[in-house]
Design a protein around this ligand. Structure first.
Ligand code: FES
Length: 256
């Protein structure tokens, strides 16, 4: 039996949703696998919407907005690009980066809407079903996705994404301009750190544990796990629980 992917589309109200509408009234034929959520602007799409869709077993997510320069809110689609880039980088760690797409469709591009949707559905069909779809989702990927969702919402990532344009185009607080290559290195490191850190947090949510056992469970170097535990403790998310033998055990701390 051929696989029929479940696709979620976030369409901006002013261009892409109108483009979809035009495709409908023009009777343009395209597959019906995509369910649509209308948002006021592509910049409104929080990365956690995308991660949540994947948690629920969606096979692919399509974000569509006005062409660059045409956003109803002037720069919303540039924000969408920044958020989307971060989202895709996080998703690469679980091999889901090819299951997301960002594209531009104007209100007059009904035909183009049909074409890009058809092409994306074909692409997802080639990738096959998400390992999180069906009755038995892959627990390891689900845990990693949970860590990604938390990491992307961390203050550090939000600050970086929110200030990317300012940092690249003007200056940071020390009066220096950050060139794109340097910013990308900074971003890649933050993504790696926050992903690993939140994997530690997700593991501690399941059970209190020692640094050594966490390192084995997550296949991360013990010295790095220790660093993450200390940072999480500083953030008030983890605390020391007890000493077992000679080994300190750490637990997840829930903020009231
Ligand atoms: S209003 Fe369409 S992308 Fe902003």
């Amino acid at each position: 039996m051929s696989f029929e992917p479940r696709i979620l589309g976030f369409l901006c109200n002013w261009c892409s949703y109108a483009g979809a509408d035009l495709a409908g009234v023009s009777r343009i034929q395209y597959p019906t696998n995509m369910r649509v959520i209308r948002v006021m602007c592509s910049g409104r799409v929080d990365p956690k919407f995308i991660f949540h869709a994947f948690e629920l077993g969606i096979d692919g997510v399509f974000v569509m907005g006005c062409h660059p320069g045409d956003c109803h809110y002037l720069e919303g689609n540039y924000e969408a690009i920044t958020k989307f880039d971060m989202t895709q980088k996080f998703l690469k760690s679980i091999n889901f980066d090819k299951r997301v797409r960002l594209d531009w469709v104007s209100a007059s591009e009904g035909t183009r809407f049909g074409e890009v949707v058809t092409e994306f559905i074909k692409h997802i069909k080639e990738l096959g079903p998400s390992p999180l779809s069906g009755g038995k989702p892959d627990e390891d990927i689900l845990d990693k996705l949970k860590a990604i969702k938390l990491a992307a919402g961390s203050n550090r990532m939000r600050a970086l994404v929110g200030r990317e344009k300012t940092l690249l185009e003007s200056e940071n607080v020390y009066g220096e301009q950050i060139i794109e290559q340097r910013f990308n290195i900074l971003m890649d490191k933050a993504i790696k750190d926050e992903f690993e850190r939140h994997r530690v947090l997700v593991a501690l949510e399941k059970d209190s544990n020692s640094v050594k056992d966490l390192a084995v469970e997550l296949s991360i170097d013990p010295s790095i796990v220790l660093e993450h535990v200390i940072t999480l403790k500083t953030r008030g998310l983890v605390d020391f629980q007890e000493i077992k033998g000679n080994t300190p055990i750490f637990m997840r701390l829930w903020v009231k």
